[in-house]
Design a binder for this molecule. Structure first.
Ligand SMILES: Nc1ncnc2c1ncn2[C@@H]1O[C@H](COP(=O)(O)OP(=O)(O)O)[C@@H](O)[C@H]1O
Ligand SMILES: [Mg+2]
Length: 219
């Protein structure tokens, strides 16, 4: 089992009110299985993905990835586990604005201790069709190009788990389709577990498993 979530809840304290973003989630994903998380806006999709990425902690319950309980790791352990096992593609790209495309893709390799990451990073920029944009900064690229750089950055370490949060949500339809095709292709070629948050039922249908979130409850 690549992912096992048990009795997991997440609430946010906002001023004096508590927002129960996720309620008693139980979920299992098998090795090499792809999964779509669908649900309306505000249903907890991004919250679930950020918990899976170890970017935040659950309020209760446990999250196991590759049989390791990330919800009880120290911050340093989570950072190390994430850098070795997880790639994340965000809706808003989240590239480092002051780094070039190539430097953005080098970053996760450098974090893993690679002293000469350029060759592999260039290879991955080439995978996403952007070797000619290596020296461009994010503001010099289109949204679709930025997202392709972000895909190269998320996959260059060949993580077992690839998390993607509405990756085509900020792109026009045609560019979005190309970006999604690329994500599916790279995930398949590298036997990554793709966990995809999407509104698009056709994209969800391309995943082997689908779960629905409504008001923080999983169906
Ligand atoms: N950092 C936060 N602080 C307070 N409330 C939050 C925070 N992040 C998300 N929420 C709330 O949690 C619920 C789920 O949000 P989210 O996971 O972003 O939903 P989705 O991605 O499905 O649109 C929403 O009600 C949202 O307002
Ligand atoms: Mg969201």
């Amino acid at each position: 089992m690549i992912i096992k979530i048990e009795n997991m809840s997440k609430s946010y304290l906002q001023g004096k009110t508590t927002v129960n973003a996720l309620k008693n989630i139980n979920l299992e994903v098998e090795d090499s299985q792809s999964m779509a998380i669908v649900g309306p806006s505000g249903s907890g999709k991004t919250t679930l993905l950020s918990l899976l990425g170890g970017l935040d902690l659950p309020t209760s319950g446990s999250i196991k990835l590759r049989d390791k309980c990330i919800s009880s790791m120290t911050e340093e352990e989570v950072v190390e586990f994430r850098s070795e096992n997880i790639g994340i593609v965000f809706q808003q790209f989240h590239l480092m604005p002051h780094l070039t495309a190539l430097e953005n893709v080098c970053l996760p390799l450098e974090i893993m201790g690679d002293k000469n990451p350029e060759k592999l990073a260039l290879e991955f920029l080439d995978h996403v069709g952007l070797s000619k944009r290596a020296d461009h900064f994010p503001h010099q690229m289109s949204g679709g190009e930025c997202q392709r750089v972000a895909i190269a950055r998320a996959t260059v370490t060949r993580p077992k788990i690839l998390l993607a949060d509405e990756p085509s949500g900020n792109l026009d339809t045609e560019t979005g389709i190309k970006v999604m095709d690329l994500i599916f292709k790279i995930a398949e070629e590298n036997q990554m577990n793709l966990i995809l948050v999407t509104h698009d039922i056709r994209l969800a249908n391309r995943c082997q498993k689908q779960v629905h979130l409504t008001g923080g409850l999983l169906k």
